[in-house]
Design a protein around this ligand. Structure first.
Ligand SMILES: NC(=O)c1ccc[n+]([C@@H]2O[C@H](COP(=O)([O-])OP(=O)(O)OC[C@H]3O[C@@H](n4cnc5c(N)ncnc54)[C@H](O)[C@@H]3O)[C@@H](O)[C@H]2O)c1
Ligand SMILES: O=C(O)C[C@H](O)C(=O)O
Ligand SMILES: [Mg+2]
Length: 562
């Protein structure tokens, strides 16, 4: 990545207001000349520090907290007072701090959102204020918004309905847009749509800060979301909108409604599919297999499960199977067992249901076909957990799979850590060290019989920052399925295992910015090929990626004349 000296910024704030503006505040790094020009004399200690010195102090303070939620609160406080320093700090310690600002700690921060609330960040768009959404967007502290992450908080990770507490997720995702995808925090806006909550604990909690009503649903809900979307289109017509952590019943309908009309995507459906297929492509490469050689069982048939299944089908087709053959190798289970044609299922699950007549004899109790029945009978080579339920991938399930598959690929992807379908160390032990394992939340290396097994974090955070950068740099007006497929392939190409560099399935976090840049260029090229980009020259795209890649360094300030 090339770094260029940035032009000075012309600033119209001064004095305490400048110090209270997180995008502009430099704290002890204001120079003598700036202190004079911006009425800061006397407001700061005498020593002028570099951003590295500031980050050193902040890291020392961070290290003094001994629980992750306190560390999270501390980092969020830096983010709300000095965004440049925040990104300097977290990008210098990404491996240590990503689990604090993002999954899994962000889950707890969402659950405790009203209790730990400190300062404003993002937009709270509440249902009772629905006739004033345009005004709210005018109030946003960011004027030139390029990426919005929006949630209605109904399915926060595997933790269910968190009311306005779900705001923690858009904040965390957008922090990664800047830290991993180089998108300036000046361009990002986290939004929570407050349509009430069905979480009775929150409704009973006197501290709860959201609209204290049951969730709005049905037509009124979709109309409200549409009012928000149309207001965004009026204010920032080119902004990329990422839908995040919507419940299963709304996630797919919203995506279908808007994906051909706006520049938008659903991260849980499409981002998750892309990172999972990227991980599977890397695993296949390690085994010398193709995706089309595999039989895949899903534990969970919701947004993530069906999104991944669709993209696996698309890749199997690219590898020569026809659609029906590809679908026949994929099995989805919900809490009622294998999806079969005698069940009532959602539209997006329909194509994956199996004929009950053909599989009825698989059932051991003559009724539903449980996960164990399915694994015993279908003999999968890949098992993917996206249920949000801890422990579903049991010892018996794994050992049954292993009995007919000597090199199983097992991905317990549910977040946060407390919801993981199986612990990696157990899976490694139950398969005598033969399984390839990746999880959604971060896990330590597993030591088994003297050997070390690194556990890849198969999380959509490997995908959305690069996709976002590619969309911005190419000026894409839509985010297509093919752009996501390209992002999976680009991620797999960056796998250290594929490159023969190490046993790691996915790249190290220390390389994530280079990986995002590579994904961005491939995604931008795909957008051009498909005619949805405004830039059309590959060299122009590469330059735009580098030009858009924001790095956390202070810029020189000059005073605007009023
Ligand atoms: N690693 C990642 O990047 C990533 C991305 C997206 C989602 N996820 C995780 O995946 C989980 C599910 O997300 P989603 O958006 O698909 O949710 P969802 O609510 O749309 O789907 C959950 C599915 O699990 C099924 N389920 C519930 N109990 C079950 C049981 N006992 N047996 C089998 N299936 C059961 C439900 O029927 C449903 O089909 C969450 O925990 C989320 O954190 C991880
Ligand atoms: O937020 C994450 O860590 C991944 C994913 O979007 C999820 O909902 O679990
Ligand atoms: Mg999510």
């Amino acid at each position: 990545m090339t770094t260029q000296k940035k032009r000075p910024l012309y600033i119209r704030y001064a004095g305490p207001v400048l110090l209270e503006t997180p995008l502009l505040n430099k704290g002890s790094a204001f120079t003598v000349a700036e202190k004079q020009a911006f009425n800061l004399e006397g407001l700061l200690p005498a020593t002028i520090e570099t951003i590295n010195e500031q980050a050193q102090r902040a890291y020392q303070q961070f290290s003094q907290f001994n629980n992750d939620l306190d560390k999270h609160i501390y980092l969020r406080n830096i983010q709300d007072t000095n965004e440049t320093l925040y990104f300097k700090l977290i990008t210098s310690h990404l491996e240590e701090m990503m689990p604090i600002i993002y999954t899994p700690t962000v889950g707890l921060a969402c659950q405790k959102f009203s209790q730990i609330y400190r300062r404003k960040r993002g937009l709270f768009v509440s249902y009772p204020d629905r006739d004033r959404i345009d005004d709210m967007l005018q109030n946003a502290t960011k004027q030139n918004v390029k990426v919005i992450v929006v949630t209605d908080s109904e399915r926060i990770l595997g933790l269910g309905d968190q009311g306005i507490g779900g705001m923690g997720i858009p904040i965390g995702k957008l922090a990664l847009y800047s830290a991993c995808g180089g998108i300036s925090p000046a361009y990002t806006l986290p939004v929570v749509l407050d349509v009430g909550t069905n979480n009775q604990e929150l409704l009973n909690d006197p501290m709860y800060m959201g609209w204290r009503e049951k969730r709005v649903s049905g037509e009124e809900y979709f109309q409200f979301v549409d009012e928000f979307i149309q207001a965004v289109v009026r204010r920032w017509p080119k902004a990329l909108i990422q839908f995040e952590d919507f419940a299963q019943a709304n996630a797919t309908p919203l995506l279908k409604k808007y994906q051909d009309e706006l520049c938008c995507f659903n991260d849980d459906i499409q981002g998750t599919a892309a990172v999972t297929v990227g991980t599977l492509l890397a695993a296949c490469h390690a085994q010398g297999t193709k995706l089309r050689d595999h039989r895949v069982v899903f534990v969970g048939a919701g947004s993530a499960g069906c999104g991944i299944a669709e993209q696996i089908v698309a890749h199997m087709r690219d590898e020569g199977l026809d659609e029906a053959e590809a679908i026949s190798q994929i099995y989805l289970t919900s809490s009622k067992g294998l999806l079969t044609d005698d069940m009532s299922v959602r539209d997006f699950q329909q194509k994956f249901v199996k004929s009950k007549a053909e599989v009825a004899q698989w059932s051991s109790d003559g009724q539903s076909i449980t996960l164990l029945d399915l694994v015993r009978e279908s003999k999968p080579t890949i098992l993917i957990g996206v249920s949000g339920v801890a422990g579903l991938i049991s010892e018996e399930v794994v050992k049954t799979m292993f009995a007919s598959c000597p090199k199983p690929i097992i991905l317990p992807l549910s977040n946060p850590t407390s919801k993981v379908e199986a612990l990696p160390e157990d899976v490694i032990r139950w398969t005598n060290g033969q399984a390839i394992v990746a999880t959604g939340s971060p896990f330590d290396v597993v030591n088994y019989e003297g050997k070390k097994y690194p556990i890849a974090q198969c999380n959509n955070s490997y995908i959305f920052p690069g996709v976002g950068l590619g969309v911005i740099a190419s000026g894409a007006r839509r985010v297509t399925e093919e752009m996501f497929m390209t992002s999976s392939e680009a991620l797999a190409e960056c796998s250290p295992l594929v490159k023969g560099e190490s046993q790691h399935l996915l790249p190290a976090l220390s390389d994530i910015r280079e990986v995002s840049r590579y994904i961005a260029i491939q995604v931008g090229l795909k957008a051009m090929e498909q005619g949805v980009a405004t830039k059309v020259e590959p060299e122009v795209l590469e330059r735009a990626v580098d030009k858009n890649f924001w790095l956390p360094e202070y810029r020189e300030y000059r005073r605007t004349s009023f």
